[in-house]
Each structure stands twice: as structure tokens, then as C-alpha cells.
Design a protein around this ligand. Structure first.
Ligand code: PEP
Ligand code: MG
Length: 541
């Protein structure tokens, strides 16, 4: 038994085999092809190779597990020959001059969503199959043998570090826990672990030998226990069961109000990174989406996502939330979230560099495309927009002019859109200090405590060495939040918190006392925060 100590970024217990992530580029990126005919041929060859693989799997399964269990590989072969599926891919290659990988991935997603929305249980199940066959074809097109994760069993994923662009591609149903050598409490891997509700550790100095070994992740004590002794394993199994019981108890809070013992209500929303997180929002009974990190749509692509692609994503989210509020944060690219095609270049100090609204205001064509997509989607639900990294009133005035231009062009084209609330993220000390002025420009504030802490305490949120100095309860931050709430309320703005601090239940009462109107937290934290709200009694001093 070996115990490696690090730092926990999300609690919980995981028990399973370790897999060290071998990095390879698995992104399905969109690119333009010169010769669509040749690209269609590439697709046909890959499809045939996939069918061959499936036939081999069928033969093997027939021998080992019998015909009933082997059938699925037969079904998959038939699906690969489905004319609608093939036509959708070849049409896309032909009409949009895109690469085969992208056409297969997009068609796979569309078909899978279509199946998922069907009433018939058998058809519903086909959603996963169409994804599966598409992934098989993509792997062949990319010359990959198999997935980034080799094991079919869920594993404890160990890596040097995980960039947001890598985590977006992982098959998350196969990850029990994230363990990295680098990374920090507020890195996006940590945020992802919280979203997935699985334990995560950083600062673990591992060696290659641990690959494949049985281990326990103690997300409470920040430990990775490799090849645990019998009694240690037993103890952790018992603790894991306890944890599961606690989670079940929280489920009883579904459908209950976010109200204190003395009757004060607060909105409790959830944060998402993409369409696939919405199911989590609903399962955890959040009242809306308080932060949709739209940049993940850009990170998944190798070129600017089109208006149509974005529209579809925002519309799906708005429709799925069925009238509940969805606040989309406009593109926050730069700093730790890099996409090559933006060609942002190297910077000495990217966190304080060319990022977020700065890029959008200098490159209005990108910004307008996104705003058009969001406004068009607003016709299908209740959408709000907020802008990241604001430091001045003039930025907000310029944004509003651009928004006006977008609305006018939609009016001219007769394209409908709904009422859209506009807000700013308060995540720079400058925005805090001028929050009285900003308040008269917008409908709401959403405090991004992750960046606000970074800029206020002058602590790079990505730098693992500074963990000891990162005091998320620092009095400076508490005063800032109070100031923003008061300034917002004076001008009739509602004020929320969408940074990680919103989910810190040690502060729930403080936020309620300050008059915070909304907390937007990772979906897995909604019920825990609801529980904390329902225990507060503001009538007691
Ligand atoms: C924040 O800074 O608190 C925030 C919510 O935005 P992000 O974590 O995406 O930078
Ligand atoms: Mg931020």
C-alpha cells in the first residue's frame, strides 16, 4: 500500500483502477476540404472498415456470449448502412466542404438527439448506438485504435494536468475521479469534477508504475491510496456507502423551495458548459441556468462556430429549460481557455491579457454572430445575456450599441426574438468600485468570484504554488460582494453569484444576510446549497 498526498478540490470517495491518461488529440475539429469527392470516399472507406470491425466483434461475441448478446453488433452494422445517416454525412461534406470527421460527428449528434426525443423506448435506446457507431467511424478516420481512455470499466483518471479542451472530449461516464499533478482549486478541471460530482485531487506526485493498479481516492483528506490493504479498503467501502446515503437524503429536497426558516427566498440556479450539462441541471432541480459558459462551444471546434450552430445549441438549452431562465455568458476565451484559431499569440500575462469582452469588442464580427444566435434563440425560452471581464461603463455602452445593431438587423429580416435581460459579470475590482455606475446600465449583476478573487488577491487561479495564499473568504472579497449587492439594489438590479464561492455552504447565511438574490452553482451542488438555505434563520442575530 502506498499513500500519495495532495490537495482535494472536491470531496467524495472513489474506488477503482488507475488509468494514466495518455494525451492524444481526439478533438473532432471542423476544417475545410478542397476535394469533397475524395472526402466522401474517405468516409465510405472508414464506414466499411467500421463494419468489418463490427463483424469481427459479432463473431467473437457469438462464440463467447451467444446470439442474443451478439445481436447488437449486427444492429450497429445495419445502422451504418442506413441511407438517411449516410446521406446526411455526404450532403454535409458536399454542401459545406467540411472534413468527414466533422460531418460524422455532427450527424451522429443530430441523430442521437432525434432518437433520444422519441417516445418509443426501443427508439430512445438507439440514441447511444448512433453515437457509438459514429465514434467508431471517427476513430478510424483519425487513425486511432480506440479511445483516449483504454479501459471499458470506469477508472480513476490520473494525468499531469487537464486542459478544458481535453476534458470536453472525455467519455465522462468512464471517469470515477480526476487526479492531477498540476492544476489548482479553481481550475476548470476542478469545476468539472464538481459538475460531475466526483472526487478530484491535485498536487499528486505520481509515477508511471501506478498505472492499472487498484486505488482509493479520498477526496476529503486529499489522498490517493494505491493498492490499499484489506482493512483500509473495507473502511473506505463503508464510507462510500455512507456518502451515497447522504446523497440520497439530499434527493428528498427535490421540489422543495429555496427558503430560509424565517421565510426569505433566494433563486438557486446552475452553471453549465454546454448542452449536455442541461440534463444534470434538471436532475438536480435547479430553478434556471445562471451561467452558461458559451466559450466551450468555441473550444470544441477548430474554427469559429457558425451562427446556425450556436443558435441550435442555445435554442436546445432554452427549450429544454422550458421557460426557466437561461443566462448565457458571451464568449470568455483567452487566459486558460485557448483555441488556436483565434490566434491570440503568446502573452506574458494571459490572465490579465487579451481575453473575453476585450476580444469581442475588438472583433465585433465574432461578437455579433454570437449575439444574433442568442437573440434568435431567445424566441424559444427565457434568455438573459451577461458579459465577462467588464472594467468600465464605456464598454457596457459600446456593448449595448452593438446589441441594438443586432436587434435592428433581426427586425429588418423579420426574425423574432424575445425579451432579453442584460447583465454584467462583476469579476474585476474595477467593476466592483464602479458598480453604482454600472447598475444604471443593466438589469442584473452576476459576481464571478473565481476571477474576482484572482484579481483582488493578485493570485493566479491556475498557479498551484499559490494555493496556500488563496483565501476565498478574504474580508476584502466579502466587503466587495456587499458593496455590489447594495449598489445593484439601489438601481433596481438583481445581484447573483456565479463563481465557485456561491456553492460554499459556510457562506450561504452570509450571502443571504447581504441580500444576494441568486446563487448559481455547479448542478451537483444545488441540493446541498438548498439544504443550507433551508437551515438558515435570519431572524436570529
Ligand atoms: C468567475 O470568474 O467566477 C466565473 C464564474 O467565470 P469563469 O470561472 O468561467 O472564469
Ligand atoms: Mg471569470
Amino acid at each position: 500500500m502506498t499513500v500519495l498526498e495532495g490537495k482535494s478540490v472536491y470531496g467524495g470517495i472513489a474506488i477503482g483502477k488507475i488509468e494514466i491518461l495518455v494525451k492524444e488529440d481526439r478533438t473532432v475539429k471542423r476544417s475545410t476540404v478542397e476535394d469533397p469527392e475524395a472526402e466522401k470516399e474517405r468516409f465510405t472507406l472508414a464506414k466499411e472498415a467500421a463494419k468489418k470491425q463490427l463483424q469481427e466483434l459479432y463473431d467473437k461475441a457469438l462464440k463467447e456470449v451467444g446470439e442474443a448478446n451478439a445481436m447488437i453488433f449486427d444492429v450497429h452494422q445495419m445502422m451504418l448502412d442506413d441511407l438517411d445517416y449516410i446521406e446526411s454525412i455526404t450532403n454535409m461534406i458536399e454542401s459545406q466542404n467540411v472534413n468527414a470527421e466533422f460531418a460524422v460527428a455532427t450527424t451522429g449528434d443530430n441523430f442521437s438527439q432525434m432518437f433520444a426525443s422519441m417516445e418509443d423506448a426501443y427508439m430512445k435506446e438507439r440514441a447511444a448506438d448512433v453515437k457509438d457507431i459514429s465514434n467508431r467511424v471517427i476513430a478510424i478516420l483519425q487513425g486511432r485504435e480506440d479511445d483516449a481512455l483504454h479501459s471499458q470499466e470506469p477508472v480513476i483518471l490520473v494525468a499531469e494536468d487537464l486542459a478544458p479542451s481535453e476534458t470536453v472530449q472525455l467519455d465522462k461516464s468512464r471517469v470515477l475521479s480526476f487526479v492531477t499533478r498540476l492544476g489548482s482549486t479553481n481550475s476548470h478541471t476542478a469545476i468539472l469534477a464538481r459538475t460531475m460530482n466526483i472526487p478530484a485531487l491535485i498536487g499528486i506526485a505520481f509515477t508511471e508504475e501506478i498505472n492499472g493498479k487498484m486505488a482509493v481516492v479520498d477526496g476529503f483528506a486529499g489522498k490517493l491510496i494505491i493498492e490499499p490493504e484489506e482493512d483500509v479498503l473495507k473502511e473506505y467501502q463503508a464510507r462510500k456507502e455512507e456518502e451515497e446515503k447522504k446523497k440520497k437524503l439530499l434527493l428528498e429536497l427535490k421540489g422543495k423551495e429555496n427558503v430560509t426558516l424565517d421565510g426569505k427566498r433566494i433563486q438557486l440556479y446552475a452553471n453549465i458548459g454546454g448542452v449536455s450539462d442541461v440534463a444534470n441541471v434538471l436532475t438536480n432541480d435547479a430553478g434556471g441556468i445562471g451561467l452558461f459558459r458559451s466559450e466551450f462551444l468555441y473550444l470544441e471546434s477548430d474554427t469559429y462556430p457558425t451562427e446556425e450552430e450556436q443558435f441550435k445549441a442555445y435554442k436546445t438549452v432554452a427549450e429544454t429549460m422550458a421557460g426557466k431562465k437561461v443566462i448565457i455568458r458571451t464568449l470568455d476565451i483567452g487566459a486558460d481557455k485557448q483555441a488556436d484559431y483565434f490566434e491570440l499569440g503568446q502573452e506574458e500575462n494571459p490572465a490579465m491579457g487579451y481575453r473575453a469582452i476585450r476580444i469581442c469588442l475588438e472583433r465585433p464580427e465574432i461578437f455579433k454572430t454570437q449575439l444574433r444566435a442568442i437573440y434568435r434563440a431567445s424566441h424559444y425560452g427565457t434568455i438573459g445575456i451577461m458579459f465577462p471581464m467588464i472594467i468600465s461603463v464605456s464598454e457596457v455602452k459600446r456593448i449595448k450599441e452593438i446589441v441594438q445593431e443586432v436587434k435592428e438587423s433581426l427586425d429588418e429580416q423579420g426574425i423574432p426574438y424575445g425579451e432579453v435581460e442584460l447583465g454584467v459579470m462583476i469579476e474585476t475590482p474595477a467593476a466592483v468600485m464602479i458598480s453604482d455606475l454600472l447598475a444604471s446600465e443593466v438589469d442584473f449583476f452576476s459576481i464571478g468570484t473565481n476571477d474576482l478573487t484572482q484579481y483582488t488577491l493578485a493570485i493566479d487561479r491556475q498557479n498551484a504554488k499559490l494555493e496556500a495564499f488563496y483565501d476565498s473568504h478574504h474580508e476584502a472579497l466579502m466587503r466587495m460582494i456587499k458593496m455590489v449587492v447594495d449598489n445593484g439594489h439601489r438601481e433596481g438590479c438583481w445581484v447573483g453569484i456565479c463563481g465557485e464561492l456561491g456553492a460554499d455552504t459556510e457562506l450561504t447565511e452570509t450571502f443571504l444576510r447581504m441580500g444576494v438574490d441568486e446563487l448559481s452553482v455547479t448542478p451537483s451542488m444545488v441540493l446541498k446549497v438548498r439544504d443550507a438555505i433551508r437551515r438558515v434563520d435570519l431572524s436570529k442575530a
